[in-house]
Design a protein around this ligand. Structure first.
Ligand code: ASP
Ligand code: MG
Length: 402
């Protein structure tokens, strides 16, 4: 008998019919003789709608109350799924996150799990019940309900797997697993059977939205092996675990981030402390900067370009306008017409020449590279938006289809 954690995302619970389908799936697994803990997200777009609702009351809702509001979405799913399970003649016990013993810090809307005391969950498992836990939420030291950041149900599932020492952790979603590229854009994309934590993390930061990054980081830290698979289609899915570097392929996936924007500051005085001023101002406003390029200075001036998430562009430009006056730069040009294309693979660590091959493949198709950044297992290029999907297909052909 195994203990299995199953997490179902919002798209798998969107309608009463889908909830009933999930209940059947869960009960089937239970009747094989396994113990099951189910972690659920809110139905469909519930969380987005709750955020909208709060903003209709006030543009900047207080975070503590926002968490209280958002946590209700997952609780609805718990209650409905328990009803559906009991309707099939199997006993179920539902828990909001705080009753499941999930303790967090006090950072509302992006709280971190500090510990899990799953005694109540274990008790109900021992009674033979299917336990259903609301994802995305916990309890702060002040006894307030917190949420774990968008996509946080993934984290609940991974953390519960670690705390309960589950035999299997299954993340059910609306795709069949992790693909070598977005199958909607690259028809030849294929399912990746096994992937390392590192590759999964790099994919998340390169525009592939499959799982919450914090959940993957947690899994890596506590060595939780998990599988990403489809709720509605049979299949093996993608297993994510520690992978021996020697077994890794050079490039396991290519991805396209279409939510990037570039800002260039022209004629910035080339002296110590200027970059510090620019980027700490952005950091203070909680704006994440991804790539940074400074060209070679001439007559004591240089141009600096960097990328931010497109949703932060306006805010970033406002901040830089202020800094510009202070440092005496010439002008600022925002550019939404860019995307970031990346190749990822643990095998590139011990394989020279991968970057050259990437740049050449793009050049052969006349695609100009504007910025480059690399990590041990990823190479990213900023290119024009119109070239994005073509670049993705070219790189997929170059590194994966051959
Ligand atoms: N419902 C939350 C969200 O939409 C948490 C989750 O789905 O994992 O972000
Ligand atoms: Mg999700």
């Amino acid at each position: 008998m195994a203990l299995i954690i199953q997490k179902y995302g919002g798209s798998s619970l969107e309608t009463p019919e889908k909830i009933k389908f999930v209940a059947e799936k869960v009960v089937k697994e239970k009747r094989k003789g396994n113990d099951i803990v189910v972690v659920v997200s809110a139905m469909g777009k519930t969380t987005d709608n709750l955020i909208k609702l709060a903003r209709e009351i006030t543009p900047f809702p207080p975070e503590r109350e926002l968490d209280l509001l958002l946590s209700t979405g997952e609780v609805v799913s718990v209650a409905l799924l328990c009803m559906a399970i009991e309707n099939l003649g199997q006993e179920a016990e539902g828990f909001p996150g705080y009753f499941a013993g999930i303790k967090t810090d006090s950072f509302h809307t992006k709280a971190k799990i500090q510990e899990i005391q799953p005694a109540r969950v274990k008790e109900e498992i021992e009674k033979g019940k299917i336990v259903v836990v609301a994802g995305f939420q916990g309890l702060s030291p002040e006894n307030a309900i917190t949420t774990l950041g968008r996509g946080g149900s993934d984290l609940t599932a991974i953390a519960l797997s670690a705390a309960l020492k589950a035999d299997r952790c299954e993340i059910y979603t609306d795709v069949e697993g992790v693909f070598t590229a977005d199958p909607k854009k690259v028809p030849n994309a294929r399912l990746i059977p096994v992937l390392s934590y590192e590759e999964m993390l790099e994919m998340a930061s390169s525009g592939a939205k499959i799982m919450q990054s914090r959940a993957v980081e947690f899994a890596k830290k506590y060595n939780v092996v998990f599988v990403v698979k489809s709720t509605f289609k049979e299949g093996e899915g993608t297993m994510v675990k520690e992978v021996d570097l020697k077994e890794g392929v050079v490039v396991s996936s290519v991805s396209l981030d279409e939510e990037q924007a570039k800002i260039t500051i022209f004629r910035v005085p080339d002296r110590p402390g200027i970059a510090g001023k620019i980027f700490s101002a952005l950091g203070e406003a909680n704006i994440n900067v991804d790539m940074i390029v400074q060209n070679i200075g001439r007559d004591n001036y240089a141009d600096i370009s960097f990328t931010v998430n497109i949703s932060d562009l306006e805010k970033a430009v406002k901040i830089i306008e202020e800094v510009k006056k202070e440092i005496g730069a010439e002008k600022i040009i925002p550019d939404k017409d860019i995307v970031k294309v990346s190749i990822i693979g643990v095998g590139m660590m011990n394989q020279p020449g991968v970057a050259g091959r990437m740049f050449k493949a793009l050049a052969n198709e006349n695609i100009n590279i504007e910025m480059i950044s690399t990590s041990e297992i990823k190479i990213s290029c900023v290119i024009r938006r119109k070239d994005g999907e073509k670049a993705l297909r070219i790189l997929h052909r170059e590194f994966i289809e051959t």
